[in-house]
Design a binder for this molecule. Structure first.
Ligand SMILES: NC(=O)C1=CN([C@@H]2O[C@H](COP(=O)(O)OP(=O)(O)OC[C@H]3O[C@@H](n4cnc5c(N)ncnc54)[C@H](OP(=O)(O)O)[C@@H]3O)[C@@H](O)[C@H]2O)C=CC1
Ligand SMILES: Cc1cn([C@H]2C[C@H](O)[C@@H](COP(=O)(O)OP(=O)(O)O[C@H]3O[C@@H](C)C(=O)[C@@H](O)[C@H]3O)O2)c(=O)[nH]c1=O
Ligand SMILES: [Mg+2]
Length: 297
């Protein structure tokens, strides 16, 4: 008889949780329990421990978050509760159940001043409220249990939820040209690739108590781009398939004012994830082509 593992993932409609549901549907060995509001409300952390204990999962994947980067600047208390205290409660419950917890985190914990891709050992210094709140989440999870992996990803896009790729395609329906910042560089990452990587890391954590499998790991798509380059590639693929496209005018961040400051360099070095977990995500161009094709079909 095969054992079906139960993976609790927080959130319902989010990009990563939806991608996990889709990827795990093809497998017999994993059942995704997507749990969101009202069962688990990260803004009301008091009820979280009991909710997790009642579900008795084999692992907790903390994917839900307050992800509105600009809105967080004027909503700090909510962002800190959802991204800090929420994961703290999830990790506390995981510790009580003696199961691993996998925390999804972000490139925005860095200030972007490093002239090379960031390593897990590099100092963190978030520029805004969102990054600071996600860093609180990392620290709270690590403080609650050693049995954790913190997976920092970045620039997530997918057929689900709200993201830059979908915004670009939507804007191109009514616009011939778009101004897009060209002085922020990062690693565009498909949530579907994140789901595959998360499933691999989760099974490694369930299979082994080895401390080397635990800690912080960077986990992004392979290759790098500026937002303007990412947009141009989205439109190149879309146009090739008869979908919407626009001319991309590269602009400096100073010409696109936003409440939150973003890191100029968001690139993450993912060598540790490859070395320790045997996981490498596909190139962002290959995955962008897949997601654009799916959006147009
Ligand atoms: N998006 C990105 O570019 C990046 C994301 N990350 C991190 O990756 C993770 C997944 O992000 P992504 O899938 O894009 O997120 P989305 O923005 O697509 O979705 C957010 C999810 O969080 C849930 N959520 C928000 N507030 C609460 C709350 N109070 N209680 C319970 N659930 C709540 C939403 O619930 P509902 O389903 O009910 O709407 C939704 O499922 C997050 O931890 C994020 O910080 C890291 C780097 C980049
Ligand atoms: C829509 C638009 C955006 N931009 C810029 C603004 C910003 O610098 C960049 C991306 O816009 P977004 O609003 O998608 O960026 P943002 O919400 O900051 O994306 C971030 O989300 C959080 C959750 C993360 O963890 C990060 O890794 C990152 O993905 O593009 C333009 O230059 N032109 C445009 O027309
Ligand atoms: Mg956004």
């Amino acid at each position: 008889m095969s054992m079906r593992r139960r993976y609790l993932v927080t959130g319902l409609q989010g990009q990563v949780v939806q991608s996990l549901v889709e990827r795990a549907a093809a497998r017999q060995d994993v059942e995704i329990l997507a749990v969101g509001r009202p069962q688990i409300d990260l803004a009301a952390p008091d009820g979280i421990v009991d909710a997790v204990l009642a579900l008795k999962p084999d692992i907790v994947i903390s994917a839900a978050a307050y992800t509105a980067v600009d809105q967080a600047e004027s909503d700090e208390a909510a962002a800190l509760t959802v991204n800090g205290q929420g994961p703290a409660a999830l990790a506390k419950a995981a510790a009580m159940l003696d199961i691993p917890v996998l925390q999804i985190s972000t490139d925005y914990v860095f200030d972007g001043s490093k002239p090379a891709p960031y390593l897990e050992s590099d100092p963190v210094a978030p520029l805004g409220v969102y990054g600071r709140s996600k860093l609180e989440g990392e620290r709270a999870v690590a403080a609650a249990t050693d049995n954790h992996a913190i997976l920092r990803t970045a620039w997530v896009y997918s057929p689900f939820g709200k993201n830059f790729l979908k915004t670009m395609l939507k804007l191109a329906e009514t616009r011939d040209e778009l101004n897009v910042v060209d002085d922020q560089r990062g690693n565009p990452t498909s949530a579907l690739d994140i789901a595959d990587a998360v499933l691999a890391v989760a099974s490694n954590l369930i299979a082994s108590r080895d401390a080397a499998l635990r800690g912080v790991f960077h986990m992004t798509g392979s290759g790098e781009a500026s937002w303007a380059e990412f947009a141009a590639e989205i439109f190149r693929i879309s146009a090739e398939r008869g979908g919407p496209s626009a001319k991309v005018n590269p602009i400096p961040s100073s010409a696109y004012p936003t409440p939150a400051k973003r890191p100029a360099n968001s690139r993450l070095d993912c060598g540790k994830l490859t070395a320790v977990h045997g996981v490498t995500l596909p190139s962002w161009q290959a995955s962008t082509a897949e997601v654009v094709a799916r959006m147009l079909s």
